[in-house]
Design a protein around this ligand. Structure first.
Ligand code: KG4
Ligand code: ZN
Length: 341
């Protein structure tokens, strides 16, 4: 039998991505184009610009991925696209493209939930010494999502906690903006925090010690804004900015560790802890999460950064997992869903 090749397409936010995986989940091609430069002048993702950029990027990118994998479109047994949650314009571009290709080639179409794709990434061959068994605990912390999820089986997920206000990455971006750093601010803020004194400012630890494992970040953001607003305009010395950054990051780290330990208590059968999302690349956060998991007797699995942030390998892999678990492929009439909890 020829290997069952799966094409994945991701276009739910500001990354256009496609990937080709073989039936075992080995990555044969993986391409990501970030639109950060297109959106940076606006300080955030502009949906209309994102949709047009996906449209311009996708066809040549898919052609390049097939070439990289050394296959033709007719060799694909499946074509998977993210159909939600995300920005509707980009979703329609990616899903429409995938449906058209499926129609033309006869390949099966898979309508993938972006969060399910993040949730299953840790099971991709080669990530962990052994693919994590169900059920495991997922902490998803990105620019758009903040959630603790019990991953019970392919297609079965239970949300234990989420953010009551801003997403974790969003608050990093907003605080970075207050400190005069560029967009996206997370990586710049982490670098600045390394120079600062985390004990200089006492900031709130949102929901610390409270029942459950929800998150809240807006109080922390407001506290930083108040510190900055008390300074004379235009005068934020670098040392002071670094101390604010370090104090802010320390508060986030402590809040996250607390929420994770509560989630672990809510899920005593968890086999391990998996992190995903751009914020998980923060070394202070990752280190503390690892310590928290270890204290609970579990290992922390953190996929490499390229698979933590938005990518299409996870989309193709989710389709392979669904196919293996016995789910059928999806109808070409499947809708895009901007909200899909
Ligand atoms: O997963 P991701 O690449 O995209 C989505 O949001 O879907 O996450 C991007 C978010 C941004 O808010 C960015 O500021 C944040 O992750 N981020 C970080 C770091 N690197 C990226 N936040 C804190 N520390 C970092 N090192
Ligand atoms: Zn994502």
């Amino acid at each position: 039998d020829p290997p069952a090749m799966m094409l994945g397409i991701e276009s739910s936010c500001d990354e256009t991505a496609c990937a080709v995986l073989d039936g075992e989940g080995r990555v044969r091609a993986e391409i990501v184009a970030s639109q950060i430069a297109d959106h940076a002048p606006f300080g955030g993702v502009v949906p209309e610009i994102a949709a047009r950029a996906h449209l311009a990027a996708l066809a040549p990118m898919v052609r390049a991925a097939l070439a990289e994998a050394g296959i033709a479109a007719r060799d694909l047994s499946g074509i998977a696209a993210t159909v939600g949650p995300g920005l509707i314009g980009g979703l329609i571009v990616g899903a429409g493209f995938a449906k058209g290709m499926a129609l033309a080639t006869g390949a099966a179409f898979y309508a993938i939930n972006h969060l399910e794709a993040h949730a299953l990434t840790a099971r991709l061959p080669g990530i962990a010494a052994r693919a994590p068994d169900f059920p495991y605990l997922l902490l998803l912390v990105s620019g758009g999502h903040t959630a603790l999820i019990a991953v019970e089986a392919v297609g079965r997920y239970r949300r234990l906690g989420t953010t009551l206000d801003d997403a974790a990455g969003e608050v990093f971006d907003k605080v970075a903006k207050l400190l005069g750093l560029g967009y996206p601010g997370g990586p710049a803020l982490e670098a600045l925090a390394a120079e600062g004194d985390p004990a200089r400012f006492t900031l709130p630890r949102p929901l610390l010690g409270r029942a459950g494992c929800d998150f809240s970040f807006s109080g922390l953001k407001t506290a930083v804004a108040q510190i900055v607003s008390r300074l004379p305009p235009g005068s934020l010395p670098r040392g002071m900015a670094a101390d604010i950054a370090a104090s802010f990051q320390a508060a986030v780290v402590e809040a996250m560790a607390d929420r994770l330990s509560h989630a672990l208590a809510m899920m005593p059968d968890a086999t391990c802890v998996v992190v995903a999302g751009g914020v998980a690349s923060n070394r202070a956060i990752r280190g503390r999460l690892e310590a928290t998991a270890t204290a609970g007797g579990l290992t922390l699995i953190a996929p490499p950064l390229r698979l933590c942030t938005d990518n299409a390998t996870m989309v193709a892999w989710a389709a392979i997992e669904r196919r293996r678990a016995g789910y059928s492929s999806d109808d070409l009439a499947a809708h895009c869903r901007p909200r899909w909890p």
